[in-house]
Design a protein around this ligand. Sequence first.
Ligand SMILES: [Zn+2]
Length: 124
Amino acid sequence: MSKNASNRNMAVAASERAHFPAWQTEPCPAWCCIAPHSVNEMPEDRSHFSPYYVSDMPLTLQGEIYRDGFVLDVVAVYLQQHYRETEPRVRIEKNGCNDGIEMTLAEARQLLAGLTDALAKASA
Ligand SMILES: [Zn+2]
């Protein structure tokens, strides 16, 4: 690489870094909907989040009985990646609670394959 090309790359990198806080060493993943992040985010809160890929999908077989009737549980699916992690995790949130299911991408692929297989068998 020539010195000019190297200087240009450093200038671009510096220019890109100007668009995110000092704690953020890499740009947000393309799927992050938080950008720009705040310089005031606490270390444990410095995560990239995707939009919901499934949002408040009712589960017709699950819910709670309340005084005014039966309220269905809902699920949402999104990605989350702490800024120091190497890949996102897939999160399945139930009823808006953070204590849902989270899995690695490999685990999510395995689950998807199992669901796809089950659906194919159910439709056969
Ligand atoms: Zn982000």
